[in-house]
Unconditional design. Structure first.
Length: 88
């Protein structure tokens, strides 16, 4: 298995505004979409890869109760998903 890039990074935080500002102002990612307690920040490179920041009021955090204490969650793009699944 070979990871080719980061496809998605999601993080839940009680400090939504500060976390969004970190990704925007420190890491230089632009906010592409925002609603209360949720922001999408595309990664550079012209792909669909994104960082999503979820705050306490967001209803969109996947299985948020299970992940609140172990965020962030990453999705990696691999060269061969069938082989990667078998390897893992």
């Amino acid at each position: 298995m070979r990871v080719t890039r980061l496809g998605w990074l999601g993080t839940w935080t009680e400090r939504y505004e500060e976390t969004k500002v970190f990704f925007r102002d420190v890491l230089g990612l632009a906010v592409d979409y925002e609603e209360p307690d949720f922001a999408v920040l595309p990664l550079p490179g012209g792909t669909a890869d994104v960082v999503e920041v979820f705050g306490p009021a967001s209803e969109d955090w996947p299985r948020r109760d299970a992940f609140r204490l172990v965020a962030p969650v990453a999705g990696f793009v691999v060269d061969d998903v069938v082989a990667a699944r078998a390897e893992m």
